[in-house]
Write a protein that binds this ligand. Structure first.
Ligand SMILES: C=CC1=C(C)c2cc3[nH]c(cc4nc(cc5[nH]c(cc1n2)c(C)c5CCC(=O)O)C(CCC(=O)O)=C4C)c(C)c3C=C
Ligand code: FE2
Ligand code: FE2
Length: 343
């Protein structure tokens, strides 16, 4: 029998340093997130980052926390519940880090008689620190605890025409009452090194002006190429003026170079260039979360206005929008009936 496991990143149990610490420990000790040798990762994460970050992150989480819990978890649960209404297959939810794990999700599917699982990483783009770590973890847990289960993975859907339509519609709605000077597509950043590591050719991704535009097999796993593709496709779909759209990368951690341009520098640059009315969208995330609600909708707004901007909106992620739910249910039902997956 077939079933579905949706997987998102996960959140701490509460916005307190006591609960944020173990969550960040699990997250940052993932070798696909901080990809240093184990001894160095240990030193960096436990010896340096976790000395101060849990307190700082807990404060940020407290600003966006809802009565029902973490927005990312609550929105993922609402999405799961609505998708479940659109399909006869059992649909479970798992988190890569923290409570409500992938193992619990698979266990729940097993108890409903599922032996063939469609794994859906809730990320439109491929990155070793997001999509890939979900797949590796699910396959590891599957092999160790549920050997009778076959796991099939939904490909990254960053350029799927139906997804682009839904994303574009959400943006068009967000822009309805907002006359913008500029639209910034702000994607979660990753270290440049991760792009090179994920390049199977070992030479294509130079992270320059050209590599992401020249056809290559490397693009199947190139986050930079994929996010630029999403921006371009939305631009086309909505007929947005070329000079009023750009992409940038947010949420970097100190240390080595991350993908540029950096979102916070872009806020300043755009305001100083006279782009006074800014709309920001965050398509690396399907659910609103700390990185969109605090970093972009709150802090980003403050930074942009301080730099001289006058008006600023953050357009919400797809969350549990009806058209997004319907599209996911359609993908699931098509797979159930024909084995075909969206491309
Ligand atoms: C597109 C998805 C994501 C990628 C790629 C990604 C890479 C990445 N993230 C960190 C470090 C942190 N990210 C944090 C929060 C966070 N990250 C994502 C998604 C991606 N991360 C989400 C959805 C969230 C929000 C979670 C929530 O509960 O709302 C955090 C925690 C918060 C903080 O302390 O700032 C960290 C740390 C790295 C190092 C990385 C790639 C190497
Ligand atoms: Fe992150
Ligand atoms: Fe590239």
């Amino acid at each position: 029998m077939k079933g579905v496991l949706l997987v998102n990143l996960g959140s701490p149990d509460s916005p307190t340093p006591k609960d944020v610490r173990p969550y960040l420990d699990e997250f940052l000790m993932d070798e696909r997130v901080i990809d240093a040798p184990k001894w160095l990762r240990n030193l960096l994460v436990r010896g340096i980052i976790l000395q101060t970050r849990p307190k700082k992150s807990a404060k940020a989480y407290a600003k966006i926390w809802w009565d029902e819990g973490s927005p990312l978890i609550v929105l993922s649960e609402r999405f799961r519940d609505k998708v479940q209404e659109g399909t006869k297959l059992p649909v479970a939810l798992g988190m890569r880090y923290g409570s409500g794990s992938i193992e619990e999700g698979l266990e729940s599917l097993k108890s409903q008689g599922v032996t063939e699982v469609l794994l859906v990483p809730l990320y439109p783009h491929y990155a070793m620190s997001s999509y890939e770590t979900v797949v590796v973890k699910a396959l590891e847990v599957g092999a160790a605890k549920f050997p009778e289960m076959e796991i099939i993975t939904l490909p990254a859907f960053y350029k799927n025409p139906e997804y682009i339509k839904v994303l574009s519609e959400s943006i068009a709605e967000g822009l309805k009452d907002f006359e913008y000077d500029h639209i910034l597509f702000s994607y979660h950043g990753i270290p440049e090194r991760h792009i090179r590591k994920s390049d199977p050719t070992r030479f294509h991704c130079k992270i320059d002006g050209q590599c992401c535009k020249v056809n290559s097999v490397a693009h199947n796993t190139c986050y930079r190429h994929q996010v630029y593709d999403t921006t371009e496709l939305v631009k086309k779909e909505l007929n947005l003026p070329e000079d009023k759209v750009s992409s940038s990368f947010q949420s970097r951690l100190a240390g080595d170079p991350w993908l540029k341009p950096y979102t916070d520098y872009e806020f300043k640059r755009l305001a100083e260039e006279g782009k006074k009315r800014l709309a920001v969208i965050t398509p690396a995330f399907v659910s609103d979360c700390l990185e969109t609600l605090e970093e972009i909708a709150m802090e980003g707004k403050e930074e942009f206005l301080e730099a001289g901007g006058t008006d600023y909106i953050h357009i919400p992620c797809l969350n549990d929008r009806e058209d997004w739910v319907a599209l996911m249910a359609k993908w699931i039902n098509t797979w159930a009936e024909t084995e075909a997956l969206p491309v």
